[in-house]
Design a protein around this ligand. Sequence first.
Ligand code: GRG
Length: 294
Amino acid sequence: MFDLQSYLNGQKELVEKYLDESLPMGEPAKIYEAMRYSLLAGGKRLRPILCLATCELLDGDRTSAIPSACALEMIHTMSLIHDDLPAMDNDDYRRGKLTNHKVYGEDIAILAGDALLTYAFEYVARETKNVPAQRVVKVLTILTQAVGAQGLVGGQVMDLECEGKIDVSAETLSFIHVHKTGALLEACVTSGATLAGAKEKDLHRLSTYAKNIGLAFQIIDDILDVTATSEELGKTAGKDVTAQKATYPKLWGLEVSQAKAHELVESAMAQLDIYGDKALPLQAIAQFIVKRKN
Ligand code: GRG
């Protein structure tokens, strides 16, 4: 039987090693320290694991996906650094440690985010080996689209605009999360698939899988903000209520939100039945998303 926990632990350990090697210290030491502080601060490493697992599902060469897997974690980490800044969510803790600006100051935290973002693209362009250049360009397009106004930035802006509003519609909430959380998770899957030379049909199936787990991930995130402790989350719990944010539990209640997350994961898993046992890692990751405690 497929053992999800040992699979995730093993993959996480490998990803930690790839990340450590991806960003050696340099000069000025302060910026490299700040970048490495957040990049190597832990976390579930779900995004790189998704990228590698998708590449392997389609029989791609795992090593060709390692630079993209690292880049996805660099982008995710930079978005967390900027999200935690006083001008955004103003948080003191992330991944159980002080936030980047609390340790290095706001100026360096902004620059560490900028440097991680730009380095992510450099790393993919420079280090991706043994795949046609066209695939690398496609991956860079996928990553840049997931980050900009069509992706993370767009979702974050809409989120900021809705803060404190009591009548946020289900459509607006969906827009926020499709862009803020879903776009990068989908990019993990489509970049891994692209590096493996995915056909249109595979890409379509895998994008649908990713969209479903992306939404399920956010619903669970909203639920955990209400039900988990700050210790469990490694960041301040209950922030959504304090900041008067629109969330799924607020819109649907906790029970319906749980049920919807489970439904989304079931249909994500069903998308991959066609791949047989090879899909077990991606199907198990989908299940982990609803079971997770942080
Ligand atoms: C991308 C240029 C650029 C700027 C950033 C601040 C911002 C724009 C966007 C916010 C993006 C954001 C923080 C989305 C939330 C996504 C989310 C649910 C994060 C938590 O992910 P986990 O649970 O965290 O995978 P770990 O720590 O496990 O990696």
